[in-house]
Ligand binder design. Sequence first.
Ligand SMILES: [Zn+2]
Length: 512
Amino acid sequence: MRKLIFLPLFIGIGIATAQDEKLDLDMLQKIRNEGLNNSQVMEIIFNLTDASGPRLEGSPGFFRAANWAKAKLASWGLENAKLEPWGEWGKGWELQKFYIALTAPYYKPLIAFPKSWTSSTNGVQNAEVVMVDAKDSAGLTAFAGKLRGKIIITPRTDTLIPSYKPDATRIADSALEKMAEYDPKNAPERPRGNQRGNFRALMQFSNQLKELAKQEGAIAILTTSPRNAEGTVFVQGGGQFTGGSPENFLDISIAYEDYMTLQRLVQHGISVKLDLDVKSRFLTDDLKGYNVIAEVPGTDKKLKEQLVMMGGHLDAWHGATGATDNAAGCAAMMEAIRILKAVGFKPRRTVRIALWGGEETGLFGSRNYVKNHFTDTTLHKYNADGDRLSVYFNLDNGSGKIRGVYTQGNESVKSIFSQWLKPYNDLGASTITLQNTGGTDHLSFDAIGLPGFQFIQDPIEYDTRTHHSNMDSYDHLQADDLKQAATIIASFVYDASQRDEKIPRKPFTPRQ
Ligand SMILES: [Zn+2]
């Protein structure tokens, strides 16, 4: 274990100026030792992935993982460990059986995955593939009466472009430097395209096609994109999941190479048949959504009413076991609190961990938690409990190690976080950027002016291979990166819980 060299800034705590953070070097050394040398992060993640299965919100796998996490947190001595309902969410869904193969003009297994909340076939079906070549709803009418018992594809005009870039990457030093220098005043305006409009039109057509397919008694629709290549299939939701919504038409994400084989055969006038067997189960007994919550109560008379929060989302898309998205973040957060308990953590402020549900469908778990706990009746600004929240730390960008922190434009935390990261500069974490980052649960806090932060992480294979795909499994995790992340998070939570003042907030104007 390397001996730490601390900068003179941290020597002589008694003479620290207002800008200097008082750091408990002894404790930080213990945290580092526990996190890097006695880590349990991979054992935690095994339980959230391989042992629990896919963790779609409301599915049996989600509850296996949530209940395991609750019990584990309680076993470490955390208090009030529970699954806390956050409101009505919708139906659970689980895939129980799936088989798809080409049977004519010859036999070939296909790589595919049904989208969540879509319906079953009635046992094995051997069905012909039909090409629905229509541009709009008027074009669709030509297919009335022709879809019964068929599997539908629509024509694609794209081609597969091989990638000459590596799947796995780390953030280059030059990119980190740019992030550190980022000034919101000089940020280029986002180009405004018609993308959203095009997307809406595409979705509308897809819904009309599925509606027709359902009415006509078709069996399934196959969908793909050039991203679904090389054995990696990206798969998410196939429609509505609210309690009263009808079952969605069976929609299957299939490998691009397989899809294009079917398309070329059909276009050559060759009859194409598939065997298809899908059995899925909807769970409608409990439509509530849940977060896993546990805490270490504060010990300082004045500060124990205040709160430091840490978390990540536990729910995941169902194509694999959501290892990098986001068992990694949950395990790093759990491991961080385990590290803190192991080194005899007696926080001044109360520390609360939250493993959120419903993130993938729209940050529902964290948004509703913030709404239930921290907002006033207008829901646009925080209440007295929100005022007592010091900070929320989130991890949800995969398995890569922490390189720094996105401050969401909060100038006043730059120097604080930069000092907190100093002891970990040698582990590759040193960048503080004013940049915003989106897409995950810190936004639920940021939206009402509460300090919520996501760490900068190396992407590894997140964007290229694992995020929302059938490859998001344990083997794509980086153990050393996760140990580093958990150690840094433990130390940030420690620093935040012991600091004399709460984390400063950025100027914020609530919506009216
Ligand atoms: Zn995620």
